[in-house]
Design a protein around this ligand. Structure first.
Ligand SMILES: [Zn+2]
Length: 201
């Protein structure tokens, strides 16, 4: 690991995933996290978000978008880092945010028990392309294989637990058809107990 990569990641090593390319923080030109807090895994909850900002379909454009979103979250919002664990582009790649083990800033009240994937774009009126949707599924499968996501995980949209349109009406309708969608009727989801973090030593 070179020094630039070390400065940019400041986290645990990022294993590769099958069927999806992960663009690391060093590759998209991340600023370092201001502070890092780890959570225990495997988490039992996965959230789907959209960024409600620009779509992107090449690594260059998605990397630029990642830098824009990180600046927005770190500078304007004052958060430690880009909020989501991973972001997904319509280039079919996953972009490393807080990655698997770091507590994010994506879903108020649930950040320490969930991993969040956010598809770059606004999916109120149309769906993300298949490349992006396939990348989300591949990342969830990878998270299970790596022991970061429980095989019996429940999947929600951001709006299931917060007053927001996120992840956009069309994308929300789609994820409600996915096998692991966890909400039954109008009952609010119940937050699981956080798992203590162990460094794996
Ligand atoms: Zn959201």
């Amino acid at each position: 690991m070179n020094s630039l990569e070390k400065d940019c990641t400041s986290g645990l090593p990022l294993p590769a995933c099958e069927n999806v390319t992960i663009v690391t923080r060093a590759e998209w030109g991340a600023q370092p996290s201001k502070e890092i807090n780890y959570m225990g895994t495997p988490v039992g909850v996965v959230f789907i978000h959209h960024t409600a900002m620009s779509e992107c379909d090449t690594q260059d454009r998605c990397s630029e978008e990642m830098r824009t979103i990180q600046r927005f979250h770190q500078v304007d919002r004052g958060w430690d880092d880009i909020g989501y664990n991973f972001l997904i582009g319509e280039d079919g790649k996953a972009y490393e945010g807080r990655a698997w083990d770091r507590i994010g800033a994506h879903t108020r009240g649930w950040n320490d028990v969930a991993i969040a994937f956010s598809i770059m774009g606004d999916y109120t009126k149309h769906l993300p392309n298949d490349a992006a949707l396939n990348a989300v599924q591949a990342m969830i499968e990878c998270g299970i294989r790596l022991g970061k996501i429980d095989a019996d995980y429940k999947l929600y949209g951001h709006r299931d637990v917060g007053a927001t349109e996120c992840p956009g009406q069309r994308l929300y309708e789609l994820i409600r058809t996915w096998e692991h969608y966890g909400r039954v009727g109008s009952e609010p989801p119940v937050k699981p107990t956080p798992i203590p973090f162990h460094s794996g030593v």
